[in-house]
Design a binder for this molecule. Structure first.
Ligand code: 5AD
Ligand code: SF4
Length: 450
């Protein structure tokens, strides 16, 4: 008999992809996705621990499952992801109603763990991390997930040890996936109708560094191979550490027609002293040179970033330096966060000098200014023509369609045509809104459709 599986995913795109993999693996054991928690036979909570808030969110959701488990003792509860990896035994003591605690490297064992739990009911912990871990070859189920755009994991883990960051501890050392497996996955997806692929890794520029020198493929080489898969319309990737952004990668933006004009380049701070204490291994000047290089290679590239405010020791002048950098770069958008101390990351040993109230103040100033810059950047598109990939029809009004530009901007427009997600349309931008652009069909298109 088929069983119901409810998955709650918190956190980054890596977790989203891992959740898809877990669902696919369990489908083969007779589980189907179920949006209704109350009707579930099994629940997976895929957790994130990047900041304290995400971890609290995970714990409060897991805690709320206790009542369900009391009502239905056969319910299987599995907790995956970074909080599970990090907390292990501690989580079992705190949340005894959880049956399986598994780390990111153990997701492929999930069907076996489900089997095991049916017999043991003991609280299984699968969080071991191996030096020789290799990401298994695995072809995604085309029916499970979005039809027109997909994520493909190219590596796991991170070796950078930025001092604030928990990722090297939860996701382990960098492990690159075999190039043949990545290409096979992309070919399989594109043959099945997928039009846009995003290559995923914590630090994609380090792709291949863990492989023997003679067999190594660099990230720009991999990007070129993936871009050449026939039928792939759009290619994206995330995330890159600015210290590793090579001229070879910049050149890809000039050479590869299907590589999207968007680069997420986390800066974290605009003050050299703070960057050094963060162990980011670049200076503001080096970062600005990367920005210039990218804009030379691809003038209409959209740049986005991550910024932390209130890092231990961040002075008002340091914060101002971050604001100044934002003014210089003029990001299309930015994710910004209050510093959160995450043991065992190294910065936990640094004295916290910025009060929570001051972090809130700095964050509000930064976010308000960024919102203005985002709107100004949007305004610059008015009157320009661009190609959008259709995401779907607006539920609010007939004939209203929403798509994404190469820069990943959301573009809404009216059209009498009927599209499928993944179709391309050429539009002219008429208006900039807070979080999106409004457009109309390009003139000839309008005439053609009349
Ligand atoms: N506190 C606040 N923000 C953090 N990030 C990572 N670790 C922390 C932390 N301890 C942010 C960084 C990173 C993004 C994914 O999350 O900006 O780029
Ligand atoms: Fe964390 Fe730095 Fe690695 Fe990004 S590059 S995952 S911020 S350690």
């Amino acid at each position: 008999m088929l069983k119901n599986l409810f998955i709650e995913t918190i956190g980054c795109q890596m977790n989203m992809r891992d959740s898809e993999i877990m669902l696919q693996l369990l489908k083969e054991s007779g589980y189907l996705p179920c949006p209704d928690l109350a009707a579930a036979d099994a629940v997976i909570v895929n957790t994130c621990s990047i900041r304290g808030k995400a971890e609290q969110k995970a714990y409060s959701f897991i805690g709320s499952l206790r009542r369900l488990k009391e009502e239905n003792p056969d319910l299987i509860i599995a907790v995956a992801g970074c909080v599970a990896q990090q907390e292990g035994e501690k989580m079992r003591l705190r949340m005894p109603h959880v049956d399986i605690i598994l780390g990111p490297q153990s997701i492929y064992q999930l069907p076996d763990l489900f089997q095991q739990v049916a017999h043991e009911r003991q609280g299984i912990i699968a969080t071991s991390q191996s030096q020789d871990f290799a990401i298994p070859s695995f072809l995604p189920d085309l029916k499970n997930g979005l039809a027109h755009k997909r994520f493909v994991t190219i590596m796991q883990g991170c070796n950078n040890y930025c001092t604030y960051c928990i990722v090297p501890y939860t996701r382990g050392r960098e492990v690159s996936r075999r190039q043949e497996d990545i290409l096979a996955e992309v070919q399989h997806l594109v043959a099945g109708g997928v039009r846009e692929i995003t290559l995923l890794g914590q630090n994609v520029n380090s792709y291949g560094n863990d492989q023997p020198r003679s067999e190594r493929t660099s990230f720009p080489e991999l990007l070129r191979q993936v871009a050449a898969v026939p039928g792939l319309v759009r290619l994206r990737f995330t995330t890159s550490n600015p210290k590793d952004l090579s001229p070879a990668l910049m050149a890809c933006f000039q050479d590869l027609a299907n590589l999207c004009h968007h680069f997420h380049l986390p800066v974290q701070s605009g003050a050299n002293g703070v960057l050094a204490k963060m162990n980011r291994k670049y200076t503001v000047e080096e970062y600005m040179a990367q920005v210039l290089g990218l804009r030379q290679a691809c003038p209409d590239i959209s740049l986005t970033t991550d910024i932390i405010v209130g890092f231990p020791g961040e002075t008002v002048a340091d914060f101002q330096a971050t604001m100044d950098l934002m003014e210089k770069v003029r990001y299309d958008s930015a994710f910004s966060f209050k510093y959160s101390s995450r043991p065992p990351a190294k910065s936990c040993g640094f004295e916290e000098t910025v009060s929570d109230q001051e972090k809130v103040r700095r964050l509000a100033i930064l976010q308000n200014r960024q919102q203005e810059i985002t709107e100004e950047r949007h305004q610059e598109w008015v009157g320009k023509t661009m190609e959008v990939m259709i995401e779907g029809e607006s539920k609010m009004a007939n004939g209203q369609w929403s798509g994404r530009s190469s820069q990943n901007l959301i573009v809404n427009f009216h059209s009498p045509a009927i599209y499928s997600p993944g179709d391309l349309e050429t539009v002219t931008i008429t208006e900039s809104c807070l979080n999106s652009l409004r457009a109309e069909l390009k003139l000839e298109e309008t005439l053609k459709n009349d």
